[in-house]
Design a protein around this ligand. Structure first.
Ligand SMILES: [Zn+2]
Length: 196
């Protein structure tokens, strides 16, 4: 099982668990996949979902993912989050309330906030918090789909220039670069071998 973590935001990485749209390659097929994704994403420790991720969960998580996708794509296109997205996020944020905690060790006392939901609730809560932070403080123009028309992966562009176009330079970006290189070389040869 290979997941993609190139979206730069957890919520976007969840969207990237569908790799091909029409061939329908899903990376969240069974309960084990839900647990594996949550662990790979660093949301839950290993084994946290064992036994508790019931049979319906992959379907529910996929449903959540597609509603989230529609909301975030609408936000990227229109610049404001649609009311349906706000409602979806609030519903899932409420499943995983945060509590304050104080710890003391070796004379150092610190307070922190931590999610207090059960493992499955923490998974939805973490994705919902990520999406909420994105629409609250992010730039909608920086949420994009890979420029390769046959690739469905999405990312949030965190580059300084804001000109990221590809899911990855090793795959789609690299292929486009080598296609452009061969096209230039072919055209150059046709014109009589000039390098440019
Ligand atoms: Zn791509």
């Amino acid at each position: 099982m290979r997941f993609f973590f190139l979206g730069e935001r957890l919520a976007v990485d969840l969207l990237n668990t569908v790799v091909v749209q029409d061939g329908r390659v899903h990376l969240l097929q069974g309960p084990m996949d839900v647990a594996a994704w949550a662990e790979a994403a660093g949301v839950l420790p290993h084994g946290a979902l064992r036994g508790s991720a019931a049979g319906q969960e992959p379907e529910r998580l996929r449903g959540f993912r597609e509603t989230l996708r529609r909301g975030l794509v609408a936000w990227a296109a229109g610049g404001t989050p649609p009311p349906g997205l706000i409602a979806l996020l609030n519903r899932h944020l409420a499943r995983d309330p945060e509590v304050s905690e104080v710890t003391a060790s070796r004379g150092k006392v610190v307070t922190r906030r931590r999610p207090a939901g059960a493992p499955l609730e923490r998974l939805y809560g973490a994705v919902a918090r990520s999406a909420a932070e994105l629409v609250a403080g992010g730039d909608p123009r920086r949420l994009r789909k890979c420029a390769n028309p046959s690739c469905r992966l999405m990312f949030y562009d965190v580059s300084k220039a804001g000109r990221r176009r590809w899911c990855s330079m090793r795959t789609c970006g690299g292929q486009a670069k080598s296609r452009a290189f061969y096209r230039r070389r072919r055209n150059g040869a046709r014109r009589g071998g000039g390098s440019r």
